[in-house]
Ligand binder design. Structure first.
Ligand code: C2E
Ligand code: MG
Ligand code: MG
Length: 713
């Protein structure tokens, strides 16, 4: 019917007239040109005379049987390449074997499934066309494979043998002439260790269950270089469906992957700083918000914009400006890494992004509270504010930051980012170098703190700090034999600010270290001068914060100062609190001994408020106890406070320590203390802390401080 169409020319050899008729009809209908003959002899003749693309051959025929015809066809040059399908009985395993032995390409079982027959034929033809083409151009193919970095291997179950293509060996870096043949295990050993198990499993499943797979994995070459392979494998089965082997093609896709990485990098990372760009940051924020929603946790977006960055570019030029941005990007990342955040937040580089010329965004995951977000943001601003080395002069930049919180301020990444940016503009409006929450209420608290912190930095730099001195007197004679140096801040607008207000902040920000250094130097300087005025034995107490005390080079610093100003170490009494002593006792005890051995005085400040017990006191080599003001204040009311004050005094006596009562305000308190045997008093009753010059005058004039002389409480 449809004879002559381009499906291919078939030769059908079968002695069964009905089958011949049906098959011819079916195949013609499927688009083939069919010549049908009833004997092997006739078949061979036609094949020799006409161009035939495929032969369908019945096995059982009078005269030459199918096997014989097949063998003869295969012996001819053209017949060697032509696909031959044998028509056999269904359960005739012997015929199948014989058919393959004599060179059949495939077989079709009887009774014939007419629907499938056409497909089967077409498939055989196509396979033969492919292999013929491959054969014809095997050289081309090899070239093409090499170009495509396409290797292949085949493993046979029965022989346990692995055959590898040349190209595969070259991909594996297995070159040279005397390399031994690869085994399956050796092939697996090339796979990068962490991925090996997955590859092994897939290969096993292909062998055992005939499962195909497609896997991308890395291999490690003998020279240590890595390549990425994409391997596609499928099982080979015999006629009974048994898996007899696995064949695979493996393509070296390293360049493609690298290109993808490069494209990814270009698309998602900022070229200048290497930080994530806005796109990646948004993607990452979306994931983070989903996660926070699930875990009911808090997260925040900080939008940070450098203040007056244009000036930097103007002053340093484009390249200089770029270098500054890179440095700041590094600092922001480092700050986040060190921040007290959940571990995931610390390792993901995507949490810090550069979203515009001089604007950065930071994602804070798993924050504990709003306050926490503000604290980390302050660290970010501080990191920006560290002086930059810009050639000749040091450059100090500031940034303004806005914070928006999930879930409070927004429900999705887009609006969270917008709100953070809006808040940043509010920070700019408020005078720059500030932090603003999207929410107004939170701003009040945060900004007060930040202002104070910025002011304090300026104070340290511009010398707004000064020292007051408060005498420690012998209560009965009013003679002063020592003084405590107390820091004050002469705030340009607020006047004198008490240390109670700024010392905790200074400790938290680390500013305390430079403040501490300054105090030590100022006191040493004063002692030196007073020495020249004839008071070379006079001693001053200095308050050391925990941070000061644990500073690595505390002892060296103190010694250097003492040496530089030519005073005696015992003219300095270091006041430490019990919290200092609690921090790390072994190291602490060692440090106390060191200080004591160098000759410095040691005093335990605010004694009684902390955790000190008798056993501690035994271990800590201090010279002096200062009874905390609270016990002194309430001692005259009797009760527990009186008992504590009394026993501290008693304790001091037992350990041979000097006991100083601080905060003595009334004559009753003084009387109580004297009655218990504590004679050294410090407090408003005798003298308030006074400015250095006033104090110096009192010292030089040998002024005594009798009760009630200070005229204040
Ligand atoms: P502190 O070491 O216990 O200092 C004693 C505090 O009691 C001082 O407060 C002093 O002015 C105050 N005071 C003295 N007599 C009386 C009195 O009769 N009545 C009352 N109500 N108070 C009295 P100040 O100067 O405000 O210092 C507070 C704390 O700040 C100090 O407590 C000390 O812990 C810390 N501080 C002061 N100067 C420094 C310093 O240079 N470095 C460090 N790290 N901390 C300092
Ligand atoms: Mg003190
Ligand atoms: Mg005290």
């Amino acid at each position: 019917m449809n004879a002559g169409r381009d499906g291919g020319r078939l030769l059908l050899v079968d002695d069964d007239v009905i089958l011949r008729g049906m098959a011819t009809q079916t195949l013609r209908h499927a688009g083939f040109e069919v010549t049908a003959v009833d004997s092997g002899e006739e078949g061979l003749r036609i094949f020799a005379a006409e161009p035939i693309d495929l032969v369908l051959l019945d096995v059982m025929m009078p005269g030459l049987d199918g096997f014989e015809v097949c063998a003869r066809l295969r012996a001819t040059p053209r017949g060697a390449q032509t696909p031959i399908l044998m028509l056999t009985g269904l359960n005739d395993a012997e015929s199948v074997d014989a058919a393959f032995r004599c060179g059949a390409t495939d077989f079709v079982t009887k009774p014939i499934n007419w629907t499938l027959l056409g497909h089967r034929v077409r498939y055989s033809l196509r396979a033969s066309a492919t292999s013929e083409a491959a054969l014809r151009s095997s050289e081309h193919l090899a070239n093409a494979q090499q170009l495509a970095r396409l290797g292949s291997w085949e493993w046979s179950v029965d022989h346990g043998e692995l055959t590898c293509s040349k190209e595969l060996l070259s991909i594996l870096g297995r070159t040279g002439t005397d390399v031994p043949p690869l085994t399956a295990d050796a092939l697996l050993a090339y796979v990068h260790e962490p991925e090996r198990l997955a590859v092994q499993r897939a290969r096993h499943a292909a062998v055992r269950e005939g499962q195909s797979y497609q896997l991308d994995f890395s291999i490690e070459r003998p020279d240590g270089s890595r390549r990425v392979l994409s391997e596609q494998a499928s099982a080979r089965r015999d006629s009974g469906g048994r898996v007899v082997g696995v064949a695979a093609i493996a393509q070296d896709i390293t360049e493609r992957i690298e290109a993808e990485h490069r494209i990814h990098k270009l698309a998602f990372y900022d070229r200048l700083t290497g930080l994530a760009n806005r796109q990646l940051f948004m993607d990452f924020s979306k994931m983070a918000i989903e996660r926070a929603r699930r875990l009911h946790s808090l997260c925040a977006v900080v939008h940070l914009d450098l203040d007056r960055f244009k000036c930097v570019n103007d002053a340093l030029g484009q390249d200089g400006g770029d270098a500054v941005l890179r440095t700041l990007a590094g600092r922001l990342q480092e700050t986040i890494r060190r921040a007290d955040l959940a571990s995931t937040a610390r390792i993901d580089p995507e949490v810090v992004a550069r979203v515009a010329g001089n604007a950065f965004t930071v994602l804070l995951l798993d924050i504990a509270s709003n306050e926490h977000a503000s604290l980390i943001t302050q660290r970010l601003l501080q990191a920006v504010a560290q002086p930059l080395d810009a050639g000749a002069q040091a450059l100090v930049l500031t940034a303004s930051a806005g914070i928006a919180l999930f879930p409070r301020d927004a429900q999705d990444a887009q609006s969270l980012a917008q709100k953070a940016e809006q808040a940043m503009y509010a920070a700019k409006d408020a005078g720059r170098a500030q932090i603003r929450f999207y929410d107004e209420e939170m701003n009040a608290a945060a900004s007060k703190r930040l202002t104070l912190e910025n002011d304090l930095r300026r104070a340290v730099r511009d010398g707004e700090l000064c020292l007051f001195y408060q005498p420690q007197v012998e209560a009965d004679t009013g003679v002063m034999h020592a003084a405590e140096a107390l820091i004050r801040w002469r705030h340009p607008r607020r006047g004198l600010v008490s240390p109670a207000e700024f010392i905790p902040l200074a400790e938290e920000t680390g500013l305390i270290v430079s403040i501490g250094d300054w105090v030590v130097q100022a006191v040493c300087e004063a002692l030196q001068r007073w020495g020249t005025l004839g008071f070379d034995k006079f001693s001053v107490s200095i308050n050391l914060s925990t941070r000061d005390f644990v500073e690595q080079d505390l002892v060296e610093k103190l010694e250097t100062m003492v040496h530089r100003f030519g005073i005696e170490p015992r003219q300095l009494t270091l006041e430490i609190t019990e919290t200092v002593l609690m921090s790390d006792t072994d190291r602490t005890v060692a440090r106390l001994h060191e200080l004591r051995d160098k000759g410095f005085g040691l005093s335990m400040d605010d004694f009684g408020t902390g955790f000190s017990s008798l056993s501690y006191l035994k271990r800590f080599p201090v010279h002096e106890l200062k009874i905390d003001r609270s016990f002194v204040r309430d001692a005259t009311r009797g009760g527990l406070d009186a008992a504590i004050a009394g026993s501290i005094i008693e304790l001091g006596k037992q350990f041979g320590l000097r006991v100083v009562a601080e905060g003595v305000e009334t004559t009753d308190q003084a009387a109580f203390l004297l009655d218990r045997g504590c004679t050294t008093h410090q407090g408003y009753l005798y003298a308030k802390p006074m400015p250095a010059d006033e104090f110096e005058a009192a010292l030089v004039n040998g002024r005594t401080f009798l009760q009630g002389m200070s005229g204040a409480a």
